[in-house]
Design a protein around this ligand. Structure first.
Ligand code: 3HC
Length: 287
């Protein structure tokens, strides 16, 4: 049995990248003590910079004041030692999207945390069941898939692995709700709900651009104004990161076949190192 929500005090986050730092931030904003771990101090520092930038935006629009910002930052401890997650009640893994890496982290975590700690993964496309198979206590593993940018996106996808227990799923829903998020549930099928539907949409936008259907601006405008989405496929791909889109598409392609084949131009952009907003260039250029 995992803990109930009222017993959760400290949240561990493995990975201080875009998603990990966002998860650490929203947990601290909800009042939890947080331990954010990455493998190098530089990554931890950069996670704190991302959090501070985001909190500054909340301050700018008077959602929080400077004192609250300082309190939120104080509640987050950074570390490079996984062992520092020992006293966590919930751990969310947001490390590299590689099965071996995630399985190793879960195996290490199982030896570090106590048996009532919920172990969640933020994986966007990998199988929860396969990740969980690396440990003995598989029933406490669930998918807790946050959306980017975590501090402003309301939705969180809860993924039920083959062995996920009812109490682990219940805590995942309750925890996400306590972070101010609204949840939906997906079975452990490739891409779950969000990326299974989003990635072909993005790839089709890239193909339409590559095949000269319209300019990139017109493809984005057409989808924004024509279907009321906040961002067209090319802008959204740049925001997510083209490497992440390619990786997710490759996993879906491998599992679900040709209808998920990544667009050729997506592969070429990633090969060229143009990964979107984070590198200053993707389909568009950024400061
Ligand atoms: N932290 C805090 N505040 C933020 C922020 C952040 N990281 N990012 C944006 N904001 C705030 C801005 O400060 C702004 O506040 P204001 O209205 O008071 O000025 C407000 O949000 C709107 O921001 P912008 O004006 O800069 O930009 P937008 O109007 O485009 O809104 C957005 C930003 C809400 C992120 C919107 O662009 C959007 O909905 N984009 C689509 C995001 C999306 O689809 N995400 C899912 C990606 S898929 C995924 O994550 C799954 C993964 O597995 C791949």
């Amino acid at each position: 049995m995992v803990r109930t929500l009222d017993e959760v005090e400290r949240v561990g986050v493995v990975g201080a990248g875009t998603m990990g730092s966002g998860i650490a931030q929203v947990a601290a904003q909800a009042g939890y003590d947080v331990t954010m771990r990455d493998i190098e101090q530089d990554f931890v520092d950069s996670g704190f910079e991302t959090i501070e930038d985001s909190l500054d935006r909340f301050v700018a629009r008077d959602s929080i004041d400077d004192e609250e910002k300082a309190g939120i930052l104080d509640r987050i401890e950074g570390t490079t030692a996984l062992a520092d997650l020992a006293d966590c009640d919930v751990v969310v893994e947001a490390a590299l999207e590689e099965m071996d890496v995630k399985q190793d982290i879960f195996a290490d975590l199982e030896a570090i945390v106590d048996e009532e700690c919920l172990l969640a993964t933020n994986t966007s496309t990998l199988s929860i069941t396969t990740i969980a198979s690396a440990i003995d206590s598989e029933s406490r593993v669930v998918g807790l898939h946050f959306m980017n940018p975590v501090p402003v996106m309301e939705g969180v996808e809860i993924v039920e692995g083959e062995k996920s227990s009812a109490d682990a799923l219940e805590l995942a829903h309750a925890f996400a709700a306590d972070l101010g998020k609204t949840t939906w549930e997906s079975d452990d099928k490739p891409g779950f709900v969000a990326n299974r539907i989003l990635m072909p949409w993005i790839n089709e936008g890239i193909r339409a651009f590559d095949e000269g259907v319209a300019t990139k601006e017109d493809i984005d405008t057409g989808m924004e104004l024509g279907t009321n989405v906040p961002m067209g496929p090319l802008t959204l791909a740049d925001h997510i990161g083209l490497d992440i889109c390619l990786h997710a598409s490759e996993t879906l392609h491998e599992e679900l076949g040709d209808r998920y084949k990544p667009a050729y131009l997506l592969k070429r952009k990633v090969a060229a190192g143009d990964l979107g907003k984070k590198t200053g260039e993707g389909f568009y250029e950024y400061d």
